[in-house]
Design a protein around this ligand. Structure first.
Ligand SMILES: *[C@@H]1O[C@H](CO)[C@@H](O)[C@H](O)[C@H]1NC(C)=O
Ligand SMILES: *[C@@H]1O[C@H](CO)[C@@H](O)[C@H](O)[C@H]1NC(C)=O
Length: 441
């Protein structure tokens, strides 16, 4: 009898313990799924996107709901600043193009919204006499340093691939793409960022334009292959066996305008979402979905525009498929308030058939974005972004700059990015996601 009662008591005790354990497990599971929410949502999104193609009409209908009427009118008139095509014949009124461009630079923008002379300056970059040519200043990729008539420095990146060539492999593989550098500059303008230096395409006659003014260092890397003149320059990956070759003696490339020398750059800063470039080691953002919380507490990301600049850059880099922004640069002036400069965009537009979603990690881990960027993205849906980019690039001296496949990829990636931000808004509320910092600049 005593034994029986003891057994009963034991049974009741056991039942209580089991129930308590189940309750605790349930609570813990709820917590951890809340922590893993971003990732889970993202994976679900990925699945959904792979299974069902996004209906852009449906998306546009949804977007119209919170679209500001003024924005819609702007687009219908095609009058939004930065959306009008670049006029390569723009008159500079006899002024030096380099002086105008230098006067434009501020700590938040490289040129103003109403940069009427922009096309005229690009035209000069593509045609001005080259007075000196040297090996690139530093870095891993082959380039040449040019001085244009009027003491203006510029960087020349040679063509390495035909337009249709598709880079397979890692998202940061391959040589620099000169056409990507050009397209990225135009896209930066269309997105309203104006944080990329001026870039234009140029066909350079190596025999008449470079050889008479080339430094010994540069000229010592010249060689010929068949009938083509080539050079391999000086850089980390530069090899005599892998030169860039002209078509005969005419070499196509991109010319990037050097920033004014009195705007000194703060040394390379580590991008918080940089890659490790190693197979055996993951960066923290790759396994820790709460990573943004610690970034947000670390200067310069805990206040001011820097984190928002990182998020803008994530949108930009996702559209151009640049997975190589391991470091970034800012101006010394105005310290942490200065813009994240969108320099070195040539590792983009490698594979139009691949969308590297991890480039958006800052977006899906932080769930934040400038409201101005968001509005701009929504104005560019449908195939508006590719249409505007195509038009903008049409007058470049080496047009067509991008293949149709790359233009289509940009429209497709824009929808994915919009869908991701919309998901953040649906989940966290508009006010917790979109940041209006227009008053600060
Ligand atoms: C080089 O040019 C010559 C004369 O134009 C031509 O006959 C020859 O086939 C060319 N060689 C190559 C390798 O293209
Ligand atoms: C560089 O010089 C220009 C023209 O003199 C000036 O307007 C600008 O403020 C200077 N920039 C810096 C960072 O001092």
């Amino acid at each position: 009898m005593n034994m029986g009662l003891k057994l009963k008591q034991r049974f009741v005790l056991l039942a209580v313990v089991v129930i308590m354990a189940l309750v605790i497990l349930y609570i813990l599971a709820g917590r951890s799924s809340a922590h893993g929410r971003d990732k889970t949502w993202f994976q679900w999104k990925q699945q959904k996107d792979e299974n069902t193609a996004l209906s852009s009409n449906l998306l546009l209908d949804g977007l119209m709901l919170d679209k500001r009427p003024s924005g819609r009118n702007h687009v219908q008139k095609g009058g939004l600043p930065g959306f009008e095509p670049i006029d390569f014949t723009a008159d500079l009124g006899g002024r030096s193009p380099w002086t105008i461009a230098a006067s434009w630079v501020s700590s938040r923008h490289i040129y103003p919204e109403d940069a009427e002379e922009l096309g005229g300056i690009l035209q000069k970059m593509a045609t001005a006499e080259i007075t000196h040519a040297d090996v690139g200043y530093k870095g891993t990729q082959l380039k040449a340093l040019l001085v244009l008539n009027g003491h203006q420095k510029a960087v020349f990146k040679p063509k390495r691939y035909p337009r249709e060539y598709i880079i397979e492999g890692k998202p940061y593989d391959g040589y620099d793409r000169h056409n990507a550098e050009i397209a990225a500059f135009h896209l930066d303008r269309l997105l309203g960022f104006r944080r990329a230096p001026l870039v234009v395409g140029r066909k350079v006659d190596l025999r008449t334009e470079i050889m008479p003014v080339g430094s010994d260092r540069l000229m010592s890397t010249f060689l010929t292959q068949g009938n083509d003149t080539c050079f391999y320059g000086k850089c980390y990956y530069c090899k005599e066996t892998e030169p860039a070759c002209a078509d005969g003696e005419v070499m196509e490339g991109s010319v990037t305008l050097w920033l004014p020398s009195n705007w000194s750059l703060k040394g390379r800063q580590r991008h918080p979402w940089g890659r490790t470039y190693r197979n055996d080691k993951q960066a923290r953002w790759e396994y820790d979905d709460t990573y943004c919380n610690s970034v947000k507490q670390t200067p310069p990301y805990n206040s001011g525009p820097r984190l928002l600049d990182i998020l803008d850059a994530a949108i930009f880099d996702y559209l151009i498929a640049n997975a190589d922004r391991h470091h970034y640069e800012t101006f010394e002036k105005d310290g942490d308030k200065g813009m994240l400069l969108l320099l070195d965009n040539a590792k983009s537009f490698g594979n139009p058939n691949h969308d590297e979603r991890t480039i958006l990690a800052p977006i899906y881990q932080c769930c934040k974005l400038r409201s101005t960027t968001w509005e701009r993205m929504k104005l560019l849906t449908g195939d508006r972004l590719s249409q505007l980019l195509r038009k903008s690039l049409a007058n470049d001296p080496i047009a067509p700059v991008l293949t149709d496949a790359h233009l289509a990829a940009i429209d497709r990636r824009l929808l994915t990015a919009i869908d991701m931000v919309q998901g953040c808004i649906d989940e966290n509320g508009r006010d917790n996601v979109l940041v209006d910092d227009s008053r600060h600049h």
